[in-house]
Design a protein around this ligand. Structure first.
Ligand code: TXA
Ligand code: MG
Length: 315
């Protein structure tokens, strides 16, 4: 398959209309999209990404009107979140409509719904004239792509088209909130923080997987966000053995010498840079990446979640 690169949303949407799969930018990470109602096209996403079939996809809409076709019921908490935040880096899990094929939701009776804030994303979605299911546009298990070059690195020749936009603004995936029960549960942290959500629905909680319980969000159990290099979390007091091919990313300049160093001015900038830094390290043959921990509030909570997953998935 030849992958077409284009800057034109209309041209990219043509592939969707013909049953193809297209990578496109959003404000969080690049997504790999297909028409949610086209089972064959949705199957191609799983194949191209080598994604496990039990990991459900998020449906993206270009307008609020498109939500109705996806869900059988917009629950009261979801209604409040839609009014307060959409378009946003926020995914709401709702009961799915009968029209949505089970391949898109990995056999769940629920569907994640998100209206991205990124202008080019919404223009593309409007050109598609249908909601688009899209996981992050990386090979399964690799860091999510924050620019089109990262998509190209993983998926060139495996997908029909890449809509070339800017590098993504946020750099971490959307906040996922299960809105099917009375208490909204955050299944994945992101740029819309616990504090932001609690301002709208005070009962909102972060979901904690209890021992022996079946995980609510299948994606939570899969390997994630891992570069080839080993990831080690450190704080400012940590001692680091001085060996070759090591990298550092964090908020404060470390005293040790590293082959690659990225100092970020804020947790938001750190979140924005981290996945691209992981990919740069892999390309440079770095064997160990030291990541400085940050305070767990606002975007810091989502950043720490991703850093922990990157370090734990290798143990
Ligand atoms: O920011 C984002 O959300 C990006 C962009 C492209 O929108 N998409 C993304 O998709 O990160 P993906 O497939 O890489 O991650 C989706 C996460 C997974 O952890 C999945 O298990 C969870 O959302 N999820 C999707 N549908 C769900 C559902 N019905 N119930 C529970 N969890 C769900
Ligand atoms: Mg992903």
């Amino acid at each position: 398959m030849i992958t077409l690169l284009t800057k034109l949303p209309v041209e990219a949407a043509e592939f969707i209309k013909r049953g193809g799969i297209v990578a496109f930018p959003t404000e969080t990470v690049y997504g790999l999209g297909a028409n949610v109602f086209d089972e064959k096209a949705v199957a191609k996403i799983f194949e191209a990404k080598r994604r496990p079939a039990d990991n459900p996809l998020i449906a993206h809409v270009g307008s609020l009107e498109q939500i109705a076709a996806l869900t059988s019921r917009i629950t009261p908490s979801a209604q409040k979140f839609i009014e307060a935040f959409f378009p946003a880096p926020l995914t709401l899990v709702l009961p799915k409509s009968e029209k949505v094929p089970l391949i898109a939701t990995a056999n769940l009776e629920t569907i994640g719904v998100r209206m991205p804030k990124n202008e080019l994303a919404r223009e593309f979605l409007r050109c598609c004239e249908t909601p688009i299911v899209a996981p992050s546009a990386n090979l399964s298990g690799k860091p999510s792509p924050t620019d089109w070059q990262a998509v190209f690195e993983d998926l060139n020749g495996r997908i029909d088209c890449i809509l070339q936009g800017e590098a993504t603004e946020i750099g971490l995936e959307s906040t996922v909130v299960d809105c099917t029960a009375d208490v909204p549960l955050i299944l994945r942290t992101g740029a819309i923080s616990l504090e932001d959500l609690q301002r709208v629905v005070p009962e909102t909680e972060v979901y904690q997987v209890k021992k022996d319980e079946i995980v609510r969000s299948p994606g939570l159990k899969h390997r994630h966000y891992s570069p080839k290099a080993r990831v080690i979390l450190i704080n400012r007091k940590s001692q680091i053995a001085n060996r070759k091919s090591q990298a550092f990313i964090g908020l404060h300049k470390p005293p040790e010498k590293f082959d690659l160093v990225k100092i970020c001015a804020s947790a938001a900038e750190y979140a924005h840079e981290v996945f691209a830094f992981f990919r740069t390290c892999d390309r440079a043959g770095i064997t160990t990446i030291y990541c400085e921990t940050v305070a767990e509030s606002g975007i810091g909570r989502a950043l720490m979640d991703r850093l922990r997953r990157a370090s734990e998935s290798q143990e």
